[in-house]
Design a protein around this ligand. Structure first.
Ligand code: THU
Length: 176
């Protein structure tokens, strides 16, 4: 469950990232934020380039930011801009790290900031018939790509394994 307080923080992160957009060519500033399974929020903005095709959208910047901090599962994503709608490439990237439950908040920042509206949809609704990493069998072939955090998975493995001290006690017992 995402509390209204958490959603407000997520929206605030996207709105504030939008202010950092580097968009001298399009003048179309976008901010995005993601809420990960650990409850942390990561943000990003669009970064354009004189070689236009090198531009990165805000959504991907935010997601790549989270991934670089070892945060994978996305509970919610937020996009802030003028009539925001994620492009096709970003929809596919969002899908990669989402489940059916991943909420997508679209914050419409019209010229009048008081008219800011927030619409809720979902990543899966935005990309029906997506190229699904699980259905394609590609993800299962590479367990490194699992959606969970690698740190989380490692901690779980450690919990399952007996601690080294217990092990050595048992080993000592056997030696007697
Ligand atoms: N843009 C985004 O950041 N996200 C989207 O989903 C759509 C487009 C950016 C890319 C470019 O810098 C500008 O908006 C105009 O296309």
């Amino acid at each position: 469950m995402k509390s209204p307080k958490v959603i407000a923080r997520l929206v605030e992160a996207a709105v504030s990232a939008q202010k950092h957009a580097y968009c001298p060519y399009s003048r179309f500033a976008v901010g995005a934020s993601v809420l990960t399974e650990s409850g942390r929020i990561f943000a990003g903005c669009n970064v354009e380039n004189a070689s236009y095709g090198l531009t990165i959208c805000a959504e991907r910047a935010a997601i790549f930011n989270a991934i670089s901090r070892n945060q994978r599962g996305m509970k919610a994503i937020c996009i802030a801009g003028r009539s925001p709608k994620p492009c096709g490439a970003c929809r596919q990237v969002m899908f990669e790290f989402s489940t059916k439950e991943t909420a997508l908040y679209l914050v419409d920042l019209n010229s009048n900031p008081r008219r800011q509206t927030v619409k809720r949809t979902s990543v899966h609704a935005m990309l029906p018939s997506a190229f699904d990493p699980l259905a394609s069998g590609l993800l299962a072939a590479n367990p490194q790509n699992l959606l969970r955090n690698r740190a989380g998975a490692a901690a779980k493995r450690r919990r399952r394994r007996p601690s080294p001290s217990k092990k050595s006690k048992r080993a000592r017992g056997r030696r007697k």
